[in-house]
Every structure is written in structure tokens, then in C-alpha cells.
Design a protein around this ligand. Sequence first.
Ligand code: G
Ligand code: G
Ligand code: MN
Ligand code: NA
Length: 254
Amino acid sequence: RQRYTRLEQALQAREFILYYQPQVNMVTGEIIGTEALIRWLHPEEGLLPPASFLSYIEGTALETALGEWVIDTALSQIEAWAHAGHPLSASVNIGANHLLQPDFPERLKQLLARHPEVRPHQLELEILESTAIDDMDTALEALRTCHALGVRLALDDFGTGYASLKYFRQLPVDRLKIDRSFVLDMLEDADDRAIVQSVIQLAEAFGREVIAEGVETPEHAAALRALGCRLGQGYGIARPMPAEHIAGWLSWHA
Ligand code: G
Ligand code: G
Ligand code: MN
Ligand code: NA
């Protein structure tokens, strides 16, 4: 309760910031997007990761308010990058309770309207596989409406949930994100490699993009490319960084 009140103040006091992690084409090296990741710049405790505070607001009004702040801030950042000559997109993580709010698609439409320079496809929503399954009908309806706005959709942590293929087929998602637990161990563990390979094939069969998380080394990137996965994200490519560092990373990386 105390932490909740403090988190409410933190939103008012603008203590949250978004870091951005580049997502690249591992064949050409070009940047294909960024993932926005929230941090709390606590005046006394320093930079705090989402795992240390998001659980206190799960299912509350503050989860929705903070989620809207994340979308709005990412849209502003897309605009700022465009003005600086970098036409980038951003992917934001959407919590289950936020997505399942009845007015989520309408609010998203309003947020997009506040940033008329941003093309809707420059914004991607990352939905956990489990969110999409736990309340399937509501999630499906919300995702269809959001997709109709032109926003892109990705299924995060794919492979850790239990989406049946029958249900997965109906989800209007553009991209699957292979959970990093499988990617991290794929070099040593044949079972994990088989899971990675089947997610790649599943994406291909259904005409979806696939991106690997947790690309920590060049060996991971090479193994993924060998299986036909071109898109990747991970510490071996770039760590999450403040938005101001992205332009510098781009010029260094090119
Ligand atoms: O950035 P980090 O690795 O610490 O993120 C840990 C977890 O927090 C990840 O699962 C990520 O999806 C989640 N996360 C990061 N930023 C956000 C956010 O803005 N909203 C929500 N709901 N989750 C986030
Ligand atoms: O659950 P989600 O995919 O949203 O988690 C994203 C988080 O994963 C980011 O906040 C980031 O800190 C973390 N992350 C990004 N790349 C790597 C990586 O290569 N290895 C590990 N262990 N974590 C990563
Ligand atoms: Mn994510
Ligand atoms: Na993930």
C-alpha cells in the first residue's frame, strides 16, 4: 500500500524513464526497431528495474495509468527520433489488466491521435502469450480492434505459455518473440534448439515474423541465422539504453 502510494507519486513526479533496446536484422545488421523498457529513477534508491515495482501495481488503476504513460512516451520518442532523421519504431510491453480494460482500444486511438506524425505501424504492442490465453475472447476482441488501427502486435515470451495452435491461428499478431530461455540454452541443449526451430517454422507456416530474444553472443546469432531466424535482440547486439544514446549507437553500429 505504501509502495503503491509512492509509485503514484513517482508517476506524477516523472520519475519513470524508458530505456530502448535495438532489434536488428542479424543478416544485414540493420536496425529494425526498438523495445521500450521501463525503469524507475528513484531519487534515493537509484535506477530500479521493472521487476522491483510492477508487481505492486498489477491489476490496479495505476497499472493502466503507467501503461498509458509508456505508450505516450514511446510515441513522443518516435517523433523525436524522426525529427533527428531516424525513422524508428518502438515496441511497448502491455500488461494483461491494461490490455483487458474495455476502453483499451479507444484509449490507444486517442493516444495515437495526440501524435499525428507517428504512423500507427511504428508502434508495436508486446502481449504476453499468457495474457492472450487467460481471457481469450476479450483479448482477441481487443487485439483485433488495435490491429485495425494499424498498430503492430507481437506475442512476447513465446513458447512459455500454452497457446493451442488452433487459438494461435486466430490471433492477429504480426510477430512471435522466441523466449530468451530457449535461445540462451540452444547452443548446448538440443531440446531448446528444437523448440527454437519449431517456433521459427510455426511463424513461417502462419506467415508471421519471428524475432529471437536473448541473443547474448555471436554464436547465438549464427545458430539462429542457420535455422532461418534473421531478427534478433539481446545483450550481444545491444543492451537497453537511454533514448539519447540510440543515435550514437546507430552511427557506431553502421
Ligand atoms: O527491462 P527488464 O529486463 O528488467 O524487464 C523485465 C520485465 O519487465 C520484462 O518481462 C519486460 O517485459 C517487463 N517490462 C519492461 N518494461 C515494461 C513496461 O513498460 N510495461 C510492462 N507491463 N512490462 C514491462
Ligand atoms: O519479457 P521481455 O521480453 O519483455 O524482457 C525484456 C527484458 O529482457 C529487457 O528488459 C532486458 O533487460 C532483458 N534482456 C534483453 N536482452 C537480454 C539478453 O540478451 N539476455 C538476458 N538475460 N536478458 C536480456
Ligand atoms: Mn518484451
Ligand atoms: Na520476452
